[in-house]
Design a protein around this ligand. Structure first.
Ligand SMILES: Nc1ncnc2c1ncn2[C@@H]1O[C@H](COP(=O)(O)OP(=O)(O)O)[C@@H](O)[C@H]1O
Ligand SMILES: [Mg+2]
Length: 203
């Protein structure tokens, strides 16, 4: 980690804390996790209810999931990061390339008609596509925080649009989930995630 990264990143946290600076100045980890959980639950209901034929799972929609879910809590909701980030050995998309890389992913998704035609296609084909785009968004990791939750919500809304339930990840451990993310970020390989999604995709 470079000192620049630490310097920029430290602005997001309270001193000696793992809690991100927030609008209510809450510094207790447990409290902030509970608020985030509530906001996410509310958002799932809202975005699910808003799904309709005109919904486009485009970049604007993806960003709006982050912004609208968390803007009451965080100033940086809906904003792409402009610094580099890593988790463990995985380096995510460099800050300066996020906008371009994001546009490429969403151009490809538009070309796939935002995966809106999978209600009548084989489930395995749908799982493969969902895993591919989830992997791409994992590697992009465009926001400073909450990427995992917002990316899962994005994929869940596409699943719901096609008549499926939100994807069930309860059959795997958190270590298996992270291993699949590592395969995405370090090896651009979505096969592990494809298997996980296929098992958790139910009508
Ligand atoms: N070592 C890793 N390599 C690659 N990706 C990782 C690693 N650890 C975590 N991730 C990814 O980062 C996500 C967590 O990012 P984060 O922005 O903190 O989102 P959230 O707060 O919603 O969990 C995980 O869901 C996973 O996709
Ligand atoms: Mg996090």
């Amino acid at each position: 980690m470079t000192s620049k990264y630490q310097l920029v990143n430290s602005k997001f946290y309270y001193k000696d804390s793992d809690v991100s600076r927030n609008k209510f100045n809450i510094k207790d980890t447990q409290t902030i996790h509970e608020i985030e959980k509530e906001l996410l639950e509310e958002a799932y209901a809202i975005f699910f209810n808003e799904l309709n034929e005109d919904t486009r799972f485009n970049e604007e929609y993806f960003i709006s999931l982050h912004k609208r879910t968390f803007e009451s809590l965080y100033d940086w909701a809906g904003l792409y990061r402009d610094f580099n980030m890593a988790k463990g050995e995985s380096r995510f998309c460099q800050g300066e390339f996020i906008k371009n890389s994001s546009q490429k992913i969403f151009a490809e998704l538009a070309n796939d008609n935002y995966l809106k035609d999978y209600a009548t296609k084989p489930k395995s084909e749908f799982a493969k596509k969902l895993a591919y785009y989830k992997c791409e968004l994992n590697a992009l990791h465009p926001f400073y925080e909450l990427n995992g939750r917002v990316t899962r919500m994005f994929i869940d809304m596409i699943a719901a649009y096609n008549g499926y339930q939100f994807i069930d990840y309860s059959h795997i451990t958190s270590n298996e989930y992270i291993d699949a993310a590592i395969e995405c970020v370090q090896f651009a390989d979505s096969t592990m995630l494809e298997e996980i999604i296929l098992q958790g995709l139910h009508q």
